[in-house]
Design a protein. Structure first.
Length: 418
């Protein structure tokens, strides 16, 4: 059946293992077992996974092509990335891009890619930025002229999230930074996180029933997609019992993961268009036409929003891990990256870089301000009526008694922390 998945012939033929690219061989039997479990997962959710047969040339010709591809990849990963690096929308065409108008703008490509705000969501409505609200601050049902904005805004937020993530990974100068472990050894190398966020989209969309075999118009799954979705599925926490054994394996190449990300981008884009079209069809049929309640976690769009917010979490964690890489030449400042704050010592002379920052000159005074004079009762938790995505541990309530305390007027700056 169409749900039966078959990897390329090389994947299942031990006699041909020596002809397989080293970067895609399984390191041990556990990975083969993991792939088998994932195929069962696809059967359970009815995911369309067509058969994929190997068309690669055999023998020496194949090895020569592999060598040429590896050499080309080495060159491709050094220095600034061109548009081919981005599997979605390149930064200069992405929602959230602010062109630089101060000097020659090189056809509008110079500028900064900024983050769009968290979408406000309700049944039959997803808006980014300035949203129509009722008197209670909840989103109201959109007017006919807002139909196109509904789809456009949700895809804008997805494009902005996806491209910001790939812009961050363009800071890795050469392939070494993708595979080098952090000095503390508490995280996987960056090649894992480059693929991990894309895999979560696929798992959550499958769980939401959006990738079933009935959806015949989905993009074709690439070779070894099941394998990538097995090895990139689960990350680690800072716990001693976390399994870091997969770091002993040989990871796929950056180019292979890049191709997988291209497939996931096209799949998610397709799902967004389909889900929004279905909602518009329901509105035309007056199905739940007056429902403006906040979107719940049993809605198909919730899985999409979860994928986006998960990718933004890893944007933050990978940015820290990348800054920890040594030696420094493994990291470069991406084009379209926000400039450092003017008070950053490294932007000045070497003398300035060795000088301790001064209050009121390099950073503002930050006095402590009394927050409450007496003990007060505070209720924590996110109400279900708030029209934005939330993780499960944000909901519910907890009531605590808070004694008098003081808080700083501003967030702590680098200068104050120094």
């Amino acid at each position: 059946s169409q749900c039966d998945t078959k990897l390329s012939q090389d994947d299942n033929d031990d006699d041909n293992e020596d002809n397989e690219p080293l970067a895609t061989r399984r390191s041990d039997a556990n990975h083969q077992n993991t792939v088998g479990k994932l195929q069962e997962h696809h059967h359970h959710h009815g995911i369309a996974t067509p058969r994929i047969m190997s068309t690669e040339p055999p023998g020496r010709h194949k090895q020569q092509l592999q060598k040429e591809e590896e050499e080309e990849e080495q060159n491709w990963l050094y220095g600034p990335r061109d548009d081919s690096w981005f599997t979605g929308v390149p930064p200069h065409s992405c929602p959230g891009f602010i062109p630089d108008t101060t000097h020659n703008n090189n056809n509008g490509r110079k500028g900064t890619l900024t983050s769009l705000p968290l979408p406000q969501v309700s049944n039959h409505m997803v808006l980014v930025g300035d949203s129509a609200t009722d008197n209670n601050g909840l989103l109201t049902k959109k007017q006919p002229q807002q139909q196109a904005q509904h789809q456009h805004s949700l895809h804008d937020y997805f494009d902005n999230t996806w491209t910001l993530y790939e812009l961050l990974f363009s800071s890795l100068n050469g392939p070494t930074g993708f595979y080098q472990l952090a000095p503390h050894g508490l995280r996987h190398p960056q090649i894992f996180y480059y693929g991990h966020s894309a895999v979560l989209y696929m798992h959550k969309l499958a769980a939401a029933g959006l990738l079933t075999k009935d959806h015949h118009d989905l993009p074709r799954r690439p070779p070894r997609a099941d394998y990538y979705e097995a090895i990139f599925e689960v990350g680690v926490d800072e716990m001693s019992w976390d399994d870091m054994a997969k770091n002993e394996m040989t990871w796929p190449t950056v180019w292979q993961v890049h191709q997988y990300r291209q497939y996931v981008y096209e799949t998610v884009s397709h799902v967004i268009r389909r889900v929004v079209q279905q909602e518009q069809d329901q509105e035309r049929q007056q199905i739940n036409a007056t429902d403006s309640s906040p979107l719940s976690d049993n809605h198909a769009l919730w899985a999409l929003l979860m994928g986006m917010e998960h990718e933004r979490i890893h944007f933050e964690t990978s940015s820290v891990l990348i800054r920890e890489l040594e030696p420094p030449h493994l990291v470069q400042t991406p084009e379209n990256w926000p400039a450092l704050h003017g008070g950053n010592a490294t932007t000045g002379s070497s003398a300035a870089a060795s000088k301790a920052p001064t209050q009121d000159k390099d950073y503002p005074a930050n006095p402590m301000i009394p927050a409450n004079q007496t003990t007060q009762t505070v209720t924590l938790g996110k109400p279900r009526t708030v029209p934005t995505f939330g993780w499960d541990n944000e909901y519910g309530t907890r009531t605590v008694e808070v004694p008098p305390f003081a808080a700083s007027q501003f967030m702590v700056t680098n200068g104050e922390y120094w």
